[in-house]
Design a binder for this molecule. Structure first.
Ligand code: SDX
Length: 436
């Protein structure tokens, strides 16, 4: 067992905050990797002050044992295991169990969890009809969020989770059905009949089967395709208190059930600054390729136009190369090579990376490739349509959302309710309509 958190060492250190009208001593918390936090829980009650931290870049929202990131060193560990080892040796279902339960599964545990996922892959017939209500060009992220919530209508027994067995059952339903929902929404968008899950296929092979099989012909994913998708899902499985995971914790903190909380996580992930970036990267690379704009000129534009971002670069936490991007860059090379695919966007991406990593503008701001920079190129090679890139991210992130919701559930955490700095009008009085 690895070193566990020791956040409140005996005789803990204190921070002294000097205020215009006095001072206050605040406890210092120390995490298991020695990161330090000033505990301001008593600040407002003792001084009347609150803190202000736009975007919460300097604010810890919770104590968590799930994922550790060292942004300066480019380190990412799930429950203490380095992402590089899990990427090489593990598989998505095993990593999902690790994140949710806290330990790598034994053989019997993995076997029964896989069987639970298989048993929960199908959708209730009533759920299937919901797809008829969506227009053909409905965005798959809108469908995914709606259908996750709709799932809970067919499993009322999982709305009140009392214990671990309920959470395991609910996790299996969510992890398994998000795949089916995603595949069904794709089949509907292309006007093809849905393909039901296959009881003998692994997690990723079953998803690819539901996406690409035909009623008369089974799609059997080549090993390199199965491995690439498994790796992609594993690398996306959790990432500490990112925007969507924080959303899941915030919604769950009100006592909202696991389905409602993860459906909210899907909505937060949709944004182009977060999970929507993988699609934004491919659109950016495609525009560069089609316009023929010299890369140097494009990069200069990014540096001068405040509204233009180099999508797939930069990160709130990583001020070094995102370790996931390192792995995905190698995977993109290997996958396209083994599939014999020539994708000019990969060459453009590599050229941009090479130029940017030597450019002072990006160096000063510590902007490196993040997880989204190469993932879209891999997804394109797997024939996943562009509007489903973020859906794949959501399927991958589901174990992390569940693990965080469950951790908070066990911690019996307080409802999340931040304060604000009010900048509006002072008191003013109602003006009758005929006097305005
Ligand atoms: C994900 O949090 C997570 O863990 C997220 C994630 C996960 O696994 O859950 O890792 C997944 O969301 C990855 C990020 C995907 N998003 C993108 O690739 C979109 C492009 N990147 C950015 O918009 C930006 O880097 C963010 C949103 C990711 C981070 O933004 P921050 O931390 O709020 O940084 P900032 O906006 O304050 O920028 C600091 C400076 C600014 O310049 P100055 O005002 O100081 O002159 O860096 C510049 C920004 O203009 N900058 C960029 C840039 N990102 C930041 N300039 C050009 N291109 C960029 N991509």
């Amino acid at each position: 067992m690895g070193k566990r958190a020791k956040t409140d060492p005996e005789g803990g250190m204190k921070a002294i905050l000097k205020l215009p009208d006095g001072k206050i001593e605040l406890p210092i918390l120390v995490g298991s990797e020695n990161e330090r936090a000033i505990d301001i829980t008593q600040l407002r009650s003792e001084t009347g002050y609150i803190t202000y931290d736009n975007g919460y870049g300097n604010t810890g929202s919770c104590r968590s044992e799930i994922t550790y990131i060292d942004g300066e060193q480019g380190i990412l560990r799930y429950r203490g295991y380095p992402i590089e080892e899990l990427a090489e040796k593990s598989r998505f279902v095993e990593v999902a169990w690790l994140l949710i339960s806290g330990e790598l599964p034994t053989k019997p545990q993995l076997q029964s969890f896989s069987e639970l996922l298989t048993r929960n892959a199908a959708l209730h017939e009533g759920l299937r009809h919901h797809f008829e209500g969506f227009p053909p060009d409905a965005h798959p992220m809108a469908m995914l969020s709606a259908m996750i919530n709709a799932c809970s209508c067919y499993h009322p027994e999982l709305l009140e989770m009392e214990d671990e067995s309920h959470v395991l059952e609910g996790s299996a339903k969510l992890l398994s059905k998000v795949r089916t929902i995603a595949a069904f929404s794709y089949r509907k968008s292309i006007g093809r009949p849905i393909i039901h899950p296959h009881p003998k296929l692994s997690y990723t092979r079953n998803f690819l089967h539901m996406m690409f099989s035909q009623p008369f012909e089974l799609y059997e994913a080549p090993d390199v395709v199965d491995r690439a998708l498994t790796l992609l899902l594993t690398l996306h499985a959790d990432h500490e208190q990112n925007c969507s995971t924080s959303t899941v914790r915030m919604v769950g903190s009100s006592g909202a059930n696991l389905f409602a909380s993860t459906a909210a996580g899907v909505c937060a992930l949709w944004g182009p600054l977060h999970g929507g970036a993988n699609l934004a990267v491919v659109n950016m690379l495609r525009k560069i390729n089609e316009s023929g704009i010299p890369l140097k000129e494009f990069i200069e534009k990014v540096k001068t136009d405040p509204n233009l971002r180099l999508m797939g670069f930069g990160h709130r936490v990583y001020k070094n190369y995102d370790p996931r991007a390192q792995i995905l860059k190698k995977t993109a090379d290997r996958l396209l090579n083994e599939l014999g695919i020539q994708n000019p966007l990969l060459n453009i991406a590599k050229e941009i990376e090479g130029m940017v990593l030597e450019d002072d503008y990006f160096i000063e701001r510590k902007l490196f490739p993040n997880v989204d920079f190469y993932s879209g190129i891999i997804l394109s090679a797997l024939n996943i349509p562009a509007n489903m890139f973020t859906v794949i991210f959501a399927i991958g992130r589901m174990p992390g959302w569940i693990a965080n919701w469950y951790e908070q559930f066990c911690q019996k955490a307080k409802i999340v309710r931040p304060r604000q700095i009010y900048t509006g009008y002072a008191t003013r009085h109602y003006i009758p309509l005929d006097q305005r």
